[in-house]
Design a binder for this molecule. Structure first.
Ligand code: HEM
Length: 413
């Protein structure tokens, strides 16, 4: 393998076997400077100027800590700039800078506080129990729809007050928005793909606008009610802000947690001694296992930033307007921070992974919820089906989400 043979913008690269991908990033980390790549083709915009791939932990952490220099407002989740028509549905706080970002995050954080999350703890437990009941009744099956996809979807929908009969619609539309380049979900015809993504956004926006109108009249105990009801400072989301925040939540909260759960089963299968260690003392070791799953899986592979001015970082000069891509997947494998990084080690301590982003204003709003979901689901699963193992995964072809589309599972119970 040579540096010249690695093209992070080539969709085919993301279909390489995971071990080869990991070796490629190790080789990139060993280079003195970040590599510069031409941008991949995207359906919604002209090809941009290219980007630097930040693959070392120190670079990713520093860029996250300096949002005044490394801004998100031109598109954090995409390498290409977001065109105006996309902003209507996908322009929420992940793609904003201060002061707009701070204002939105302030409003939303209140409604998304640990107290609010704690209210859903019993719901998470009940859902996890039902999922495992159903799994045992079904027998060996595809773990993704039967387990991984169910919990995050149900929890987000319950939090938002979305009725059960709309779950499938929410799932189908988020799959489309986050499918990357996988032809299973999105047309290979770029123009058709743009329409598909925008239509998915529109459907989700209509769903939440309808809910918001109803909750405005008769507020309930859900997040939408909290968001549409004026709060102490009189700050409130506009209906457009509510729609794009909702889309961000369902997209950011579903696929990521689902991916982590699928990887958890794969990792416990690949590293049976770690499973034995975990089962020997589930209560003490589960927290470490969850962190290590998020590090190893790195469900969100990257986020992007744009330089607002000239800057020198770790010996590399950047100019205003340069794009950089923060590869969390690679930072989480940086051998200067994580010894033997490909090893899944539930006792790794400290484990300062960047799976939820680096310290900074955009650090994952849902990290606390995701940790609760993963902990509760894994506890329920490993207590009742301790010998469950994964077969060969069918992986999502995407540079953005380290997703798993199908995952056969086996167990004796
Ligand atoms: C294992 C699961 C998850 C992973 C790996 C993950 C990862 C991330 C990452 C890497 C970021 C940083 C974005 C940036 O720096 O530009 C982020 C932001 C965010 N996440 Fe998560 N996430 C997870 C679960 C969730 C859940 C469950 C929710 C909500 C219910 C959520 C909502 C958000 C939101 C709203 C942001 C944007 C925050 C901001 O821009 O201020 N995430 N997430």
């Amino acid at each position: 393998m040579t540096v010249a043979g690695i093209d992070l913008s080539d969709t085919a690269f993301w279909g390489w076997p995971p071990a080869d991908r990991a070796s490629a990033f190790a080789l990139l980390r060993a280079q003195q400077h970040p590599q510069f790549y031409a941008e991949p083709e995207v359906p919604f915009s002209d090809k941009g100027p290219g980007y630097y791939a930040l693959v070392r932990y120190a670079d990713v952490a520093e860029a996250s800590r300096h949002p005044d220099v490394f801004c998100s407002g031109k598109g954090a989740t995409n390498i290409a700039d977001l065109p105006a028509e996309f902003n209507e549905y996908f322009g929420s706080m992940i793609n904003m800078d201060d002061p707009r970002h701070a204002r939105l995050r302030r409003i939303v954080s209140r409604a998304f506080s640990p107290r609010m999350i704690a209210k859903f703890e019993a719901d998470v437990r009940r859902t996890a129990t039902t999922i495992v009941d159903d799994l045992l009744a079904t027998g060996p099956c595809d773990f993704v729809p039967h387990v991984s996809a169910r919990l995050p979807l149900k929890i987000i929908c319950d939090m938002m007050g979305i009725p059960d009969d709309r779950y499938e619609m929410v799932l189908a539309n988020t799959n489309m928005i986050l499918s990357g380049s996988d032809p299973e979900f999105l047309s290979e015809d770029l123009d058709v793909a743009v329409t598909q993504i925008l239509t998915a956004g529109q459907h989700l926006a209509e769903l939440v606008t309808g809910l918001a109108a109803a909750r405005g009249q008769a507020p309930g105990d859900d997040l939408v009610s909290a968001l549409v009801t004026a709060n102490i400072d009189g700050e409130q989301l506009t209906s457009a802000e509510l729609a794009s925040f909702f889309i961000l939540l369902v997209v950011a909260g579903n696929e990521t947690t689902r991916t982590a759960l699928s990887h958890a089963l794969m990792l416990l299968t690949e590293f049976p001694e770690q499973r034995a260690l975990l089962l020997a003392d589930l209560e003490t070791r589960l927290e470490g296992a969850v962190e290590e799953v998020v590090r190893h899986a790195s469900p969100v592979i990257f986020m992007r930033r744009t330089l607002t001015r000239e800057y020198v970082m770790n010996g590399q000069d950047y100019r205003e307007g340069d794009k950089v891509v923060l590869f969390y997947y690679s930072a989480n494998r940086d051998e200067t921070v994580f010894a033997d990084p490909e090893r899944f080690d539930i006792t790794r301590s400290p484990n300062p992974h960047l799976g939820f982003g680096g310290a900074g204003p955009h650090f994952c709003l849902g990290a606390h919820l995701a940790r609760r979901e993963l902990t509760v689901m894994l506890r329920e699963l490993l207590t009742r089906v301790p010998d469950i193992t994964a077969g060969e995964p069918d992986r999502l072809l995407s540079s953005f989400v380290n997703g798993v589309k199908r995952l056969p599972c086996q167990f004796s119970g």
